[in-house]
Write a protein that binds this ligand. Structure first.
Ligand SMILES: CC(C)(COP(=O)(O)OP(=O)(O)OC[C@H]1O[C@@H](n2cnc3c(N)ncnc32)[C@H](O)[C@@H]1OP(=O)(O)O)[C@@H](O)C(=O)NCCC(=O)NCCS
Length: 173
């Protein structure tokens, strides 16, 4: 027997979709630049660097390979994070690299998993490159869990300098 308020009929308040990054999205970028959001990325960037980043993200609307999306709650239209991919050379080969962030108030609800799945589906349908990598710090438990959950294969540890002068040990997924 079904009923209108059975659990499987309840709308998911944390269902999300992804939208191309746009001109009005600087406030989201500022939220994503908080100290707790950048702990594994060398810390917050300056206001000038964030403004440059906003310009770069807007311009990606014209890119055939690199994409940056905001993560939007279906229920309210609120922007709660970012996910994207871009080309890089890795071991002499062109691959896609992914990155993601969900603002703290919305973490732990499956939002990064859902949004990153959608971005992976987009990258796969575009078919620019065969392989897609992510390089979270070995200490970044949520990001490593996300890679595992989404079916990435861990290829081992690598050292990265990011940003300049800041060295970190990362997993190559
Ligand atoms: C990584 C991040 C995007 C995850 O977002 P989220 O919406 O909370 O992720 P989800 O709810 O989809 O959970 C994904 C996995 O992470 C795990 N996870 C979430 N928060 C966690 C935490 N604090 N500690 C350990 N694992 C955690 C979840 O349990 C899930 O794994 P599971 O499927 O094995 O249970 C978020 O923590 C974040 O924005 N971090 C700061 C930015 C960052 O470090 N970006 C990565 C750069 S490579």
């Amino acid at each position: 027997m079904t009923s209108s308020n059975a659990p499987d009929k309840m709308p998911n308040a944390y269902a999300v979709h992804i939208e191309m990054w746009g001109k009005g999205d600087l406030p989201l970028l500022q939220q994503l630049n908080a100290p707790e959001m950048t702990a594994h990325l060398g810390g917050p960037e300056s206001a000038a660097k964030i403004a440059d980043r906003q310009t770069r993200y807007e311009q990606l609307a014209n890119s055939t390979t690199d994409k940056m999306f905001k993560i939007v709650l279906d229920a309210t239209g609120e922007s709660v994070g970012s996910v994207g991919y871009w080309e890089r050379t890795w071991h002499g080969e062109q691959v896609l690299e992914m990155g993601w962030g969900v603002i703290p108030a919305f973490q732990g609800r499956g939002i990064a998993s859902a949004a990153t799945s959608q971005a992976i589906a987009m990258a796969r349908s575009e078919g620019a490159h065969r392989f897609l990598h992510a390089f979270p710090s070995v200490e970044n438990q949520p990001s490593n869990a996300l890679c595992q959950r989404l079916g990435f294969t861990c290829l081992g540890e690598v050292e990265f300098e990011y940003p300049a002068g800041h060295f970190m040990q990362c997993n190559d997924w």
